[in-house]
Design a protein around this ligand. Structure first.
Ligand code: SAH
Ligand code: SF4
Length: 368
């Protein structure tokens, strides 16, 4: 008999599981609160849970977190964890504290199949999807670890962004229960506005998310026209910009915020010219309610790309702002521990004992 990892079950799933064990639904709620709100992993700790249930769970189920390969804390308070997901694969999560919120950036896949040119996860290729337990384990571990560290029983993580490794909308079946657990009042109790899914533009799945669990949406645009976007984000061949923007507009009907965040990674001489800013204005102004987040590119050697100089980023931003598009330039955090966008690069050994570069991945486009 397989041991069930309870971190992989949303409240519905846990209720169904408890029913299979002959237990009432409210027991599932109690159990869920112990796991997610109190961070308990040991059934014996769950003192108000009927002893009979605790006995049934023992041996059949467990709360299995991910092994931590490394943890680094930056001078600015950013914390980065590298988690082992087996077979030489590892994924990263990053906590970014700010005065009014604490954001956790988490991963949805080991590697990524989309293969964007400027992304080291993309260069690495796709290893596998994380399951729901592995997605939630990043939040579970970070939240309870940080509470212990700060000596508080209060919630530390107020926002979650799916901006770590992987394309969350290419792992939808595992993502959806994880999002539900983040939102559940008996779980992490985050509002839909404070959970952001970032996507390179998987159009049909944007529609699914709209129907199933419309959290805040960030779309990685990176180019004002199809020709350039195809080169940067190969998925654009399948879902070109016009289709993507239509999906964004459909999403807005149900979105918790009245805008979509467009991410735009600033690449020297590639997508940062004034005429490209103007093309972006024409593409978006009056067509989609949005905010633009310009991300300074974090270089890695294999990309052959460079970050746009600061004055070009400023000039680009000012063209967008003047046209009425709300534009922010993302701050870089956690530089000293390689936790900034595109720098998440832990090193792990794969099966053949070759050191593989673990990816980058981006931080906190935490739309305010
Ligand atoms: N796959 C999803 C979510 C993870 S990537 C997506 O692409 O949206 C999150 C963000 O980080 C994306 O906007 C991505 O374009 C950006 N990013 C990737 N590599 C980067 C790099 N080297 N420097 C800066 N931003 C990067
Ligand atoms: Fe995948 Fe996002 Fe990286 Fe593109 S930017 S390769 S979609 S993780």
């Amino acid at each position: 008999m397989d041991v069930v990892n309870l971190l992989g079950l949303d409240l519905e799933g846990l209720a169904a599981y408890c029913e299979q064990l002959g237990e009432k639904r409210f027991r599932a709620t109690q159990l869920f609160r112990w796991i997610h709100q109190k961070g308990a992993a040991d059934f014996d700790q769950m003192t108000d849970l009927a002893k009979s249930l605790r006995q049934k769970l023992a041996g059949r189920a467990h709360v299995k977190a991910l092994d931590v390969i490394s943890e680094h804390q930056s001078g600015d308070g950013t914390v980065k964890w590298l988690f082992d997901v087996g077979a030489g694969n590892a994924v990263e999560a990053v906590f970014i504290p700010e005065s009014d919120r604490g954001t956790l950036c988490i991963s949805s896949q080991a590697g990524c199949a989309v293969g964007c040119r400027f992304c080291s996860t993309g260069h690495q290729g796709f290893s596998r999807n994380l399951d729901t337990a592995e997605i939630i384990a990043q939040l579970w571990y970070a939240e309870h670890n940080l509470r212990r560290r700060f000596g508080t029983g209060e919630r530390v993580i107020s926002n979650v962004v799916m901006m770590g490794m992987g394309e969350p909308l290419q792992n939808y079946s595992a993502l959806l229960p994880a999002l539900k657990m983040m939102l559940d009042d008996h779980g992490y109790g985050l509002s839909r506005r404070r959970v952001t899914v970032s996507t390179s533009g998987v159009v049909p799945m944007i529609d699914r998310l709209r129907d199933d669990c419309p959290v805040a949406l960030a779309v990685s645009l990176h180019a004002p026209d199809d020709e350039l976007r195809e080169q940067l984000v190969p998925l654009n061949k399948k879902y070109p910009i016009a289709e993507l923007l239509d999906a964004c507009n459909r999403y807005l009907d149900r979105a918790p915020r009245d805008f979509i965040t467009f991410e735009y990674c600033m690449l020297d001489g590639v997508n940062d010219k004034p005429e490209q800013a103007q093309a972006l204005v024409e593409l978006l102004c009056g067509h989609v309610s949005c905010k633009i987040n310009l991300i300074p590119f974090n270089p890695f050697p294999a990309s052959g790309l460079k970050c746009s100089p600061r004055d070009r980023v400023t000039a680009f931003a000012s063209i967008l702002s003047k046209a009425g598009l709300i534009t922010t330039v993302r701050k870089t955090r956690g530089d000293d521990i390689d936790a900034a966008c595109g720098q998440l690069a832990g090193e792990v050994q794969d099966r053949t004992n070759v050191i593989v570069r673990m990816s980058r991945a981006p931080l906190g486009a935490t739309p305010a």
